[in-house]
Design a protein around this ligand. Structure first.
Ligand code: ADP
Length: 167
């Protein structure tokens, strides 16, 4: 089975789900955008767990988990999206982020998972294609996750995801 893909507009840190996905970077020590928001909402425990579990960081396209600290979710699944702006334009790396995140969710037994649009912010992946990669990978990858919730940050992204889901 594959997950039911849904969309909401809002802040991923407030989602009442089993796991939230973070668009992290290879160093896994926090950063800007959604990464910064997740570390602020989760509190210092998240960074401590990142240091403990990922002493050497994480590779582009890979995923791993930590505690979610003070967020309503139980886990954070960190993925490292490709940095389009820096020339990492191989779409397979972006697809891998979603597929690996679902595999980690399966290991954890998470049934509801919230995703941001990985690489579509600071890393500069063209939004339409980032949405297409998210919707097609989440909708076709075999998993025990029941709901894969795309969290759109802003109305424009929300509308584009709704359109992609209806195709
Ligand atoms: P990347 O470096 O992978 O591009 P960003 O955090 O810059 O990561 O952006 C990824 C996506 O997350 C963008 O679509 C951005 O608008 C969105 N985003 C930023 N903050 C939040 C948040 N608090 N909740 C949900 N999405 C967010």
């Amino acid at each position: 089975m594959s997950a039911r893909v849904t969309v909401v507009e809002g802040d991923i840190t407030a989602q009442e789900v089993d796991a939230v996905v973070n668009a992290a970077n290879r160093a896994m020590r926090g950063g800007g955008g959604v990464d910064g928001a997740i570390h602020r909402a989760g509190g210092p425990e998240v960074l401590e767990d990142c240091r403990r579990r990922f002493p050497h960081g994480l590779a582009t396209g890979d995923a791993g988990w930590t505690t979610a600290g003070r967020m309503p979710a139980r886990w954070i699944i960190h993925v490292v999206g490709p940095n389009y702006r820096a020339g990492e334009t191989d779409r397979a790396l972006l697809v891998s982020c979603y597929a690996r995140a679902l595999a980690v969710a399966d290991e954890l037994g998470a049934s509801t998972v919230a995703f941001p649009l990985v690489s579509a912010g600071i890393y500069g992946w063209p939004r339409g294609d980032a949405i297409d990669a998210a919707v097609s990978t989440l909708g076709s990858t075999p998993t025990s996750v029941e709901e894969a919730r795309l969290v759109a940050y802003g109305r424009a992204a929300y509308d584009e995801i709704v359109t992609a889901l209806s195709r």
